[in-house]
Ligand binder design. Structure first.
Ligand code: CO
Length: 496
């Protein structure tokens, strides 16, 4: 058993997890299923829960006996779990990307992976092969009549929400140029300026970085249409996985990170392995005015930001002349080196994610940073109706230990006002994935509804879906999925 690590910061706790239990979730998905009925193994499915949970993540980790170097290199597979009047059905399907089709046919990796997966054949096979394999594995969202499977270094794949069939690469009705990339992290404005909008971006990076900010109408006559489009160029390399929105701003945190492409070009490292944190250097906050807000058309503001590396933001909101940005900070960029096996990582040696709050004064450009919670967390969200607005509650995946790093094994509801917390724990042999909060339709309470998450049950080597009461995190229902699903990435909920 591994003891969770504390790096001398706090006293150790007698919490243990078995790394093999955690790693046992990483196996290939062998089957594609359609509309399989699922029965609860514990509790009952709430009748009011009506819609579909779509979840994306790597479904192929090994081909021809060779493993991906990092699970982020695994081909995207969508799991869809539909709820209708207490009945539940399950479907899953791989996204038919060009890379997936070619590698299925070849029975081996024919592309290099961004996170270090190599083709067989050593130096000669890998050097100078700079093609990107769009693996479409990071997020899945509803947009118009289609789902979009997102991967941030290339364009989105359109998917049929009913059959999960892949229609192909989408330009979003001509908005994206061929080969233009689109972020995997759109933000959904719940109606800051009347109608709901999807706010998203694409980034082209190098010595300078250009962000294309786009807003799409989601309702009314212009539903699906691009209603705002601007480009802003900033100095420096940018690795922007996520961003945040408020009624007047989009907020980007340019991590203090450098990119040395030489080992990538020569086939020794994947592109993402060539990123290095610039120790002691601060990031920059790039604030871009939204076209629908009071600073429309103005130039962006660039403000010296905090130290540390951020993949994900929780939320942002405005308070007079201040912008509040809540994000999960790592001490530096966590990378899996060319000689490491991802299934044998030492959690003690990689930094944990810590939820922090930056208060940005947009008049004097000062930034104040405070830790909200010391406990390792990831995949945090607020009620989607409070996106970009002051939210009191958040839900997130956490490690069992109260400080230090560990795999994600529990779900926490955190009251952002008074730090009160509620925890549902899947440990010691259960491992959680991104929790999704689903608000009760027509409820005015910020926290009324459910939290759902896929759980890796290592004792039985199965995947389960749990439905928790979102107010107190009590388990309402547990369902066994008909296939084992590897630890995944992001998903979304679509009401019926
Ligand atoms: Co993400």
């Amino acid at each position: 058993m591994l003891q969770s690590g504390f790096k001398g910061k706090a006293k150790a706790q007698p919490i243990g997890f078995d790394r093999e239990d955690w790693a046992s979730a990483y196996c290939n998905v062998e089957k594609e299923l359609a509309n399989i009925q699922i029965i609860a193994k514990q509790g009952t499915v709430p009748n009011e829960l009506s819609g579909t949970f779509y979840r994306n993540g790597p479904g192929i980790l090994e081909r021809g006996g060779h493993w991906v170097h990092h699970p982020f290199d695994g081909d995207g597979m969508i799991a869809a779990i539909s709820f209708n009047n207490g009945k539940v059905s399950f479907s899953n399907r791989f996204i038919r990307t060009e890379g997936w089709k070619s590698e299925e046919e070849a029975g081996k990796f024919t592309y290099r992976g961004v996170f270090g997966t190599k083709k067989q054949g050593g130096f000669l096979a890998n050097a100078f092969d700079l093609r990107l394999k769009n693996i479409a594995n990071t997020n899945i969202i509803k947009f118009g009549d289609d789902l979009l499977a997102l991967w941030e270094a290339a364009g989105p794949h359109a998917i049929d929400p009913k059959t999960l069939e892949t229609f192909g690469l989408s330009t979003l009705n001509g908005v994206l140029k061929p080969k233009e990339s689109l972020s995997a992290h759109p933000r959904f404005d719940p109606g800051h300026h009347d109608q709901k909008r999807m706010v998203t971006f694409g980034v082209q990076t190098g010595p300078k970085s250009t962000i294309r900010s786009m807003e799409f109408a989601l309702a009314g006559e212009k539903a699906g249409q691009l209603i705002s489009d601007r480009k802003d160029t900033f100095n420096g390399f940018a690795f922007l996985h996520d961003f945040a929105i408020t009624p007047n701003w989009t907020i980007f945190l340019q991590n203090a990170i450098s990119f040395n492409p030489i080992p990538f070009i020569f086939g020794q490292k994947g592109a993402a392995q060539c990123l290095t944190s610039q120790k002691g250097k601060k990031g920059k906050l790039w604030l871009i005015p939204r076209d629908c807000g009071q600073f429309a058309g103005a130039s962006p503001k660039i403000i010296e930001g905090p130290e540390g590396f951020v993949f994900h933001h929780l939320n942002a909101y405005e308070d007079g002349n201040k912008l509040i940005l809540e994000s999960i900070f790592y001490q530096d960029f966590p990378s899996i080196g060319p000689k490491d096996d991802f299934r044998e990582i030492d959690f003690d040696l990689i930094p944990e994610g810590i939820l922090k709050r930056c208060t940005i004064n947009i008049i004097n450009n000062s930034v104040d940073i405070k830790t909200i919670s010391q406990q390792c967390c990831e995949f945090a969200m607020v009620n989607p109706n409070f996106q970009g607005l002051p939210a009191r509650f958040s839900w997130m995946a956490i490690a069992e230990c109260s400080t230090g790093n560990g795999p994600l094994q529990a779900i926490k509801k955190l009251d952002l006002k008074n730090q009160k917390e509620w925890i549902w724990n899947a440990g010691p042999r259960g491992f959680v994935s991104e929790p999704l909060y689903i608000p009760k339709v027509n409820s005015h309470n910020e926290d009324s509804g459910w939290v759902i998450s896929l759980i890796w049950n290592a004792a039985e080597r199965i995947t389960e879906l749990v439905i928790l009461n979102s107010e107190n995190l009590k388990l309402e229902c547990k369902l066994e999925m008909p296939i084992a699903i590897p630890h995944g990435l992001h998903g979304s909920w679509v009401n019926n």
